[in-house]
Design a protein. Structure first.
Length: 380
């Protein structure tokens, strides 16, 4: 009898774009979040089973631990988190819709010990008035895992000051690879890092020609694919091929290694603004401007410029009590120039009532950028 997935045992040359004719009970295929486009199914011919985490550090205690699910369960990271919890016998409290104050209330009511959050949630929680933040007891928290998007240094530092050294960051993806993690104490020594991969992981940062870049220089992050069970994008062989460079694959993320091997993210290749031949990384700009007291949310994109190709434009969602104005726009630009190189600072600041987001909380930078390029044959 043919093995259920024998037809789909994956190699780059053999990947079948057809339907899965013989689905296997208990098997699953996760989808990417769709930050830079339509969500893509990440197919693997083989998968490691999810096992209880009773002895593997950090161990879970089904008699003492309680998990709070803050994100949509169809998203890979929250789904993986609650799968481990449930298989380990840990109860899970699920939110119908994420809300900053309700998160604090649920932590206190159910004595939550574990949760998975994203940087946007941190930012919204920190914006709560002091009397609301101090109203709730969050001392039960043992572990807040976070990832999915870079977290500004000032935001994470404030969360550690509030919750204690319980934040544990990862850099990974539905496609696998990476292995980067960093606990709070380690992060405080290397603010801004997403961690250092343990022995056995082979990650490289390459330039456009496939050469490794020097320490401290920004390039595209590539991860070593396993010898077996490599991923493929379901029904998108071209996208699969474009992600691989030999035995390595990329998610399109940009970053650099410091002298100790810690990884720092700067953005995605699809988000890089090329102005006058100079690469500008919008995440670095966002992290600075988000610290302005008028700014609730921010998204920097490249918009058309006949002379430079692209120019830097920052779109801001304001806090209550602030109104869009030319004066405020100039103030935000001056605020950025106080800490960023001049070429990175926005030449234009626009305002939005509500920046477009995925259900996970990620800002959809592509949707912010697209209207500026509408009707143009050239999109960069």
């Amino acid at each position: 009898m043919e093995a259920p997935f024998q037809r789909y045992q994956y190699t780059l040359e053999q990947f079948d774009d057809g339907d899965i004719d013989h689905p296997q009970l208990g098997a699953h295929m996760l989808y990417t979040s769709g930050t830079t486009g339509r969500p893509k199914g990440v197919w693997r011919g083989t998968r490691t089973e999810i096992m209880p985490r009773w002895s593997t550090p950090p161990p879970l205690d089904p008699l003492a631990d309680v998990c709070l699910l803050t994100g949509p369960a169809y998203h890979a990271a929250p789904l993986a988190n609650i799968a481990v919890m449930l298989i380990s016998g840990v109860p899970v409290v699920m939110m119908d819709r994420w809300d900053a104050e309700q998160t604090l209330a649920l932590i206190e009511t159910h004595r939550i010990t574990h949760s998975h959050l994203v940087a946007t949630m941190f930012h919204r929680m920190l914006q709560l008035p002091d009397d609301i933040r101090s109203r709730y007891d969050v001392s039960s928290i043992k572990d807040i895992t976070h990832g999915a998007a870079p977290c500004p240094v000032h935001v994470k530092r404030a969360m550690i000051d509030w919750f204690g050294p319980v934040l544990n960051e990862y850099y990974a993806a539905t496609e696998g690879g990476g292995g980067f993690t960093v606990a709070s104490e380690e992060w405080l020594k290397k603010p801004g890092t997403v961690g250092k991969a343990p022995a056995g992981f082979d990650n490289r940062i390459l330039d456009d020609d496939g050469n490794e870049v020097p320490t401290g220089e920004v390039g595209t992050i590539y991860m070593k694919a396993p010898d077996s069970g490599r991923f493929a994008y379901y029904k998108d062989a071209a996208k699969t091929q474009s992600s691989y460079r030999g035995d390595y694959f990329t998610l399109g993320d940009m970053g650099f290694f410091d002298e100790d091997g810690y990884l720092f993210l700067t953005g995605r290749t699809a988000e890089v603004i090329i102005s006058g031949g100079v690469n500008v990384y919008p995440q670095m700009i966002d992290s600075q401007i988000m610290q302005h007291p008028a700014v609730r949310e921010v998204c920097t994109v490249g918009i058309p410029n006949e002379e430079w190709g692209e120019e830097v434009c920052t779109v801001v969602e304001l806090n209550s009590g602030f109104a869009p104005s030319d004066a405020l726009s100039e103030e935000i630009v001056d605020f950025a120039r106080a800490s960023l190189p001049h070429y990175m600072c926005p030449r234009r600041v626009d305002f939005s009532d509500a920046l477009p987001r995925l259900p996970t909380g990620k800002i959809q930078r592509r949707k912010v950028r697209d209207p500026y390029w509408a009707g143009r044959e050239k999109q960069i």
